[in-house]
Write a protein that binds this ligand. Structure first.
Ligand code: FES
Length: 175
């Protein structure tokens, strides 16, 4: 029997492979893939444009930005509601969900655990409905906020803008 988590994980992997190339989800995967990246000048680009039109509700992709992985999650109403409800919960690094998203439907966070830098697993793997970092057991919620484990801070939100309804631009253009 295929669980919902396994389906989410499979969808994530398919999307990741189809849209932006294979980017691993395990702790050791990103450095390995990173070493296969094409060139330093490409990695150093200031912005990454992402077509989000084909990311359906509940799905997530990982894109590279300046050599770092970024999670882009199209949140479901349940994930949004859970994040907002948890605004009142005890937090290690208190931030409201509203302060971390420009549009509640889209969560954009650096996929780098604030403990020692592993890449967390996809949404739905953690105890709070969010992301689990398997390296030492840090749990982030559906807003990317640290809720349990040794990580000291929330997953960082990079600078990003919406170019139009279907295009997200991560980073700031230089010059
Ligand atoms: S690197 Fe994520 S919990 Fe240690």
């Amino acid at each position: 029997m295929v669980t919902e988590h396994e389906e989410n994980r499979r969808d994530f992997l398919l999307l990741t492979t189809g849209l932006v190339g294979a980017v691993g989800v395990g702790g050791a995967a990103w450095p390995f893939i990173k070493s296969m990246s094409p060139s330093a000048d490409v990695l150093a680009q200031a912005t990454t444009e992402v077509d989000i039109s084909s990311i359906s509700e509940g799905q997530m992709i990982t894109v590279p930005w300046q050599g770092k992985p970024v999670f882009i999650l199209h949140r479901t109403p349940e994930q949004i509601e859970r994040a907002r409800t948890d605004d009142n919960a005890s937090m290690l690094d208190p931030e409201s969900d509203a302060s971390r998203v420009k549009n509640p439907e889209w969560l954009v966070v650096l996929a780098i655990c604030t403990h020692l830098g592993c890449v967390p697993q996809p949404v739905g793997t953690g105890d709070y409905g969010g992301f689990l970092c398997p390296c030492h057991g840090s749990h982030y919620d559906t807003s990317g906020r640290i809720r349990q484990g040794p990580a000291p801070e929330n997953l960082p939100v990079p600078y990003y803008t919406y170019k139009d309804d279907s295009t997200l631009v991560i980073g700031k253009a230089v010059g």
